[in-house]
Design a protein around this ligand. Structure first.
Ligand code: SF4
Length: 544
């Protein structure tokens, strides 16, 4: 371990995330193999009582490692230019209206992000001088990396086309997207100044899946005059519906009242001011975005209401409904709910109906209906299940649920700030894992738990999703995604149950350490398991 890391780790585990690993990996040696051998060497030293110096153990481990051979198995490194990479050093500046986004399923990075991207390009194109627009003949979108590999199953081409014709995720009617599916040759006129250009799904091109991209979810959008490019922009859908582009600079924001980079710092603000994490978050929302408390609450209410609505509409679907796509997956939310309600054991009833709520919202996502990113579309069943259970079953006061939404947002912000919310970068741990962690913080806060318990619950839920891969069958956000939302919801409740019943001060792992593990695991995970549908269930499940 470097001196820098030694100084940083005891008090501030997130101070230097570049120094996550125990040893420098020798050049020409496969990192994973080296670490396994190094760890095995360390464990052996403990078991035998034989103290081997760190440097000697590293050298021995290196000697047993075969040369690196699988460069192609590693995900391309994220470009240091991306804001999503740079921002980890400063205070958290995300706000709830950026984080909780309403849009069509099934994937925030593959539907909401691309739709925002092409809508952004459409806005830029309208600002070109009239003489240039007069020459325009064609609009073209090229999808790369994971967007190309699994975009078909996510409806990325329809989302990208909808943005080009001026539709926004929060207001687009899902029926508009469904109609494109039913009539793929449909042509839409796009008005650019006096010019009208026809676009169709043929203008959305599934391009290279592998290459030296700045981000796994890269796409370009062009306005052409014959073969001449009038306007071109490279974009990145960086997870949770967030987007960046080449040359992106984040919008200027006000300084937060209580700046924090870690859960430790956030909790210190709450404890020093004898208040809650939710109150600190509300003060920051107001100072960063320049909004009143009433305005922040109004936004939270909109999201809470949208979450309960997705559960209700999912539960109301016919029991024999079949989700779109080649899997021909039958929806099960309504059946699970009905049968669970008849269960003679109260605890089983509770687990069954909570699962049904998550299945309901997640199936809505699978249908491409409107969902809420919390933090993503694939994980859009988790938070709504807990919100619905708290609001509609437990009848918890709305203000407590609003507070819970703020604490949950803090958890999501920290994971985004130091790790990732994108399955293309970190697998499913970054989606369902973060969602479950957020939902645990929501539940603990709604039940007035102290800040230690809120942190412990969030930590526990995240910890027990570490390493979870993303392998959607046939590229559709259905298997394992829909049931996985149910497990994420139940684990969130379990995490709250443990955290609120254990002796909080004895909880061994803190949230920042687990976020660090999330970042490290994301970095080391084989790229096949990062939303490519090339491995895991996507490979083992055979569709007939
Ligand atoms: S496996 Fe997880 S991360 Fe991957 S698409 Fe499904 S829900 Fe999202």
């Amino acid at each position: 371990m470097s001196e820098k890391a030694r100084e940083a780790l005891p008090d501030d585990p997130l101070a230097d995330t570049s120094q996550l690993l125990s040893h420098e990996v020798p050049p020409g040696v496969d990192r994973r193999n080296f670490l396994i051998r190094s760890a095995v060497g360390g464990a052996a030293a403990v078991l035998t009582g034989c103290s081997v110096p760190d440097s000697e153990r590293a050298a021995k481990a290196a000697a047993t490692v075969p040369p690196a051979k699988a460069a192609e198995a590693s995900a391309p490194a994220l470009s240091a230019d991306l804001d999503v990479v740079k921002k980890g050093a400063g205070p958290v500046l995300t706000t709830v209206d950026e984080f909780y986004k309403v849009g069509p399923g099934p994937s925030s990075s593959h539907t909401i992000g691309p739709m925002r991207i092409t809508y952004d390009f459409y806005q830029r194109a309208t600002k070109l001088p009239a003489d240039q627009l007069a020459k325009a003949t064609k609009l073209q979108v090229n999808l790369f990396g994971s967007l190309s590999a699994t975009g078909k199953g996510h409806g990325t081409e329809r989302a990208a086309l909808a943005g080009l014709v001026g539709k926004e995720p929060a207001t687009v009617d899902p029926k508009f997207l469904d109609a494109m599916k039913d009539n793929p040759d449909q042509v839409f006129p796009v008005k650019l100044g006096d010019k009208s250009i026809n676009v169709s799904l043929k203008d959305i091109i599934y391009d290279a899946t592998k290459g030296d991209f700045k981000h796994p979810n890269t796409m370009t959008v062009k306005l052409l005059a014959g073969n001449d490019v009038l306007l071109e922009q490279e974009y990145y859908s960086v997870g949770g519906g967030f987007i960046e582009w080449k040359g992106y600079t984040p919008p200027k924001k006000n300084t937060p009242k209580y700046p924090f980079r870690t859960m430790k710092e956030l909790r210190a603000h709450a404890d020093d001011n004898k208040t809650t994490i939710a109150k600190i978050m509300m003060a920051n929302e107001m100072s960063i975005a320049g909004r009143s408390e009433a305005e922040v609450n109004a936004f939270l209410d909109k999201i809470i209401n949208a979450m309960t609505a997705t559960v209700k509409s999912g539960l109301a679907m016919p029991e024999d409904d079949v989700l779109p796509g080649p899997i021909k997956l039958h929806s099960k939310a309504a059946t699970v709910y009905k049968r669970a309600m008849d269960d003679k054991f109260q605890a089983d009833r509770g687990i069954g109906v909570l699962s049904a709520f998550a299945l309901a919202a997640s199936e809505e996502n699978g249908r491409g209906h409107l969902v809420i990113t919390a933090p993503t579309g694939g994980s859009a069943g988790v938070m709504p299940a807990l919100v619905y259970a708290l609001m509609e079953v437990r009848k918890v006061d709305r203000q407590k649920v609003r507070d819970g939404m703020l604490a949950a947002a803090a958890v999501g912000y920290l994971c985004k700030h130091h790790a990732t919310l994108s399955a293309a970068e970190g697998g499913c741990q970054a989606e369902i894992g973060v969602a479950s962690s957020m939902a645990a913080a929501l539940t603990a806060t709604a039940y007035d738990a102290p800040s230690t318990v809120v942190e412990n619950a969030a930590e526990s839920a995240l910890e027990h999703h570490l390493g979870m891969t993303c392998d959607p069958v046939a590229g559709y956000v259905q298997v394992p995604c829909i049931e996985r939302c149910a497990f994420g919801a139940v684990k969130a409740w379990t995490a709250y149950a443990i955290a609120s019943n254990e002796i909080a001060s004895r909880h061994r792992v803190n949230f920042d350490e687990t976020v660090l593990a999330l970042a490290q695991t994301a970095k080391e995970m084989n790229s096949k398991y990062k939303e490519t549908s090339e491995a895991g269930l996507a490979q083992s499940v055979v569709l007939c």
